[in-house]
Design a protein. Sequence first.
Length: 103
Amino acid sequence: MSEILFKMSEEYPSVQETSGKMSQSNDENSDEFDYSKISDETDTIVEYLEKLQEEVTKMRVDCAVSNIELISKVNNINFENKVEELEKLFEEYSKSQDTSNDA
């Protein structure tokens, strides 16, 4: 690569000047660049993600507990009694509709 630049600089002197300027400007930019700021921002992002992960884990645990409670309640329901209660309520409702239609 340097051989190519050397040959080009012999043929085109402005190439050598341009590459030297680019190298110098890159060095200046790297000197001015504040890497500690990126490090601080990265640390902040990592801390936020860790907190977010903890919150998600808590939510998953809460959801699992709620699901277990719901399953337990469903398993404890006596469906036969509930169906009988609903049938009685429906009969009472039907009778009340019949009497209101007769009036």
